[in-house]
Design a protein around this ligand. Sequence first.
Ligand code: NDP
Length: 490
Amino acid sequence: MPNLFIAPCVLALFGASGDLALRKLIPALYRLESARLLHADTRILALAREEGMDAEAHFALIETRLQEHLASEEWAPDVWERFRGRLAFLSFDFSQADAYRTLSDLAAGDLPLVAYFATPASVYGAICQHLVDAGLGDRTRVVLEKPIGHDLESSRLINDAVACCFPESRIYRIDHYLGKETVQNLIALRFANSLFETQWNQNHISHVEITVAEKVGIEGRWGYFDQAGQLRDMVQNHLLQLLCLIAMDPPSDLVADSIRDEKVKVLKALEPISSEQLAARVVRGQYSAGYSNGKAVPGYLEEAKANRASTTETFVALRVDIRNWRWAGVPFYLRTGKRMPQKLSQIIVHFKEPPHYLFAPEQRPLLSNRLIIRLQPDEGITLHVMTKDQGLGKGMRLRTVPLLLNFSETFHTERVPDAYERLLLEVMQGNQNLFVRRDEVEHAWKWCDQLSAGWEQLGDAPRAYPAGSWGPGAAVALIARDGRSWYDDL
Ligand code: NDP
């Protein structure tokens, strides 16, 4: 049965033979097909620059890569047949104006055209102009991948080029973290539970930790990554978005712009970090040789195609302060790196100790509630509460007990949907809630640019940390200076 709730569209996937398209977007579309969440009339146009490759060869490539990326139980020949029936393929260079006439023929009809740019950001503007020139402008929504530029100035140029062709209401900027189930749940957790919202301020919260750790190294993307570094690749977007969702005031409703307005207020309130404060507030690291999964792995500078003199950071830890009434005096410690001991994304809200302490002094370090919001792996939420240890003869001994909400167990879901599945559905529906507005991107760049400029001014080189560790020792010192430690050190 066709799904009547999901609107039909023509999805034009630019860069259909690239890494993102083959590893994430096409598997996400296949899973939507499998769940019957694509409208019967939806068509998918795979657009790629692949000389000598025809549609059959491209579909064969898609089939092979799907089988690689899907779990074996997800692959079903009948789903593939349905999915393949929606696909069309066109090979052209996206700067080639006349090819857009063929694209226009392929996309004929009056369904909305969702133009997903899985390409370098440098070509976004040109594709937009060609879409408009081909007469497709009025029915098109454009989806832009991150990062948009490498600093404020370059992001403005890209955003200006896109804005010349499309209004903001038809521009969908992806930060795939916003599509994750747990990130969505943050809104429910904060604003549907008065228990938390009344405590959500500097009176009750001592500090917040946000960790986004990757176990992998550079995975063959050295050239791309070395131009960016961890600050631009992860902090400017994913970590600041998570910070905004934790720190923002309640929006008046769930309309996209109401939420985005609140996020922008947080970004505007981020305390600048001057070059004098840089050493105390920010740590840059670069992984050296070490171990991952018990195997020896090379350092960043020894990876294939590496420039041995690179000073690009693969790790950043920083203390961020927010200058507003709610968060005055509550540091947010952010940490993100490659070649960490585990793949982990989590937010930990540490509550303050009770104002008057009644128990044995040696138990005091245990005594604060923590709310752990786990994005991956094992998406879920845990609240650490203090209880009396059970049994006779133990006196009033305290024990931390986790109250655990594990999504897959609680909701009996076999699989938590991938962020891209949700984001693709939202853009098909024309819903902008989970996408980033231009001013958010630009405020985030402005704040990050001062850090890059400070590093450049000071000639600050990253500190080495062995692959398989939680980053340089200086990251431990960063939080220890405030009398705290990262949660994994507790
Ligand atoms: P890739 O280089 O693997 O893919 C980009 C694709 O775009 C390539 O197939 C490339 O073709 C094609 N392309 C580029 N310019 C043109 C052109 N003028 N005409 C036709 N085709 C063109 O990059 P990724 O897939 O890794 O990344 C795509 C986008 O997604 C980037 O903006 C990236 O920042 C973003 N992103 C990627 C993530 C990932 O995990 N890969 C994660 C988050 C964001 P050709 O090979 O011929 O150059």
